[in-house]
Design a protein around this ligand. Structure first.
Ligand code: SAM
Length: 235
């Protein structure tokens, strides 16, 4: 791909690494090198990536707190012929991060939206979990307060493998609540995937909670939980 292959007035949704800077496609790099502007969730994080690959591009911030102001500005520029790449801090923009709103706004404005696929933490965790991957549901982050309990109760009946995102300061609480509502299911807790302290703890919830409590929660987590198999060992 060269400069002329990035089309004017087009919004590119570009996946970036979830840790290891090598995990980026050649096409993603070509797009980032060729667009007029890159909208980034955290410009400092993205600058590390761009510097690593020697890419020099104008960066604008686009994150949940400024999206209402930023979206109309970016849409206007796109309509005026500018090409824009959206990247987030990690993985595929639009998966549990602010990119959804600009994609919707672009579609509404008749702007072409092109994906440049790549890493997503939930896929990486699911495929090393050892749990069923033929049917799964992605739940993203559980609600912190309102609706949390109801969500877990609904998920109790879910037969497909269930995948959650979780932050280090809430991971133990979430695992304990999953144990309470779903029973002693099999689980794989993946943290810091593709990074130096990458680790996957597998087992039943009781054991895994014990191990994670002993280690102390650190880093970013994906929780992969076995679906309801009507298994008596679960309780
Ligand atoms: N867009 C991203 C994706 O494609 O996976 C997800 C963004 S979301 C704001 C961030 C969450 O993704 C983290 O809290 C964690 O649950 C998960 N995550 C991101 N990078 C990870 C990694 N290297 N290892 C484990 N989980 C990760």
């Amino acid at each position: 791909m060269n400069d002329s292959e990035v089309t004017r007035s087009t919004l590119y949704i570009v996946a970036t690494p979830i840790g290891n800077l090598q995990d980026i496609t050649r096409r993603a790099l070509a797009i980032l090198s060729s667009v007029d502007v890159i909208a980034a969730e955290d410009t400092r994080t993205t600058k590390v990536l761009l510097d690593h690959y020697g890419i020099v591009k104008p960066l604008v911030s686009y994150y949940s707190y400024n999206e209402q102001r930023r979206i109309p500005q970016l849409i206007e520029r796109l309509l005026g012929g500018v090409s824009v790449a959206v990247v987030t801090d990690a993985g595929t923009p639009g998966i549990s991060d602010p990119a959804v709103a600009i994609v919707r706004a672009a579609i509404e404005a008749g702007i072409t939206v092109i994906p440049a696929p790549g890493p997503a933490a939930f896929v990486a965790a699911l495929v090393v979990s050892g749990l069923a991957t033929d049917r799964f549901v992605f739940e993203g982050f559980l609600p912190v307060k309102k609706g949390r309990r109801t969500r877990m109760q609904v998920l109790r009946e879910e037969e497909r493998t269930i995948v959650f995102y979780e932050s280090p300061h809430r991971v133990q609480k979430t695992l304990r609540e999953l144990r309470e509502h779903l029973g002693n299911r099999r689980v794989a807790v993946a943290r810091e995937l593709t990074k130096k302290f990458e680790e996957v703890v597998r087992g039943r919830l009781d054991d895994v909670i014990e191990k994670i409590t002993a280690k102390g929660p650190r880093g970013e987590y994906v929780l992969v939980v076995e679906g309801n198999r009507g298994d008596t060992d679960e309780m």
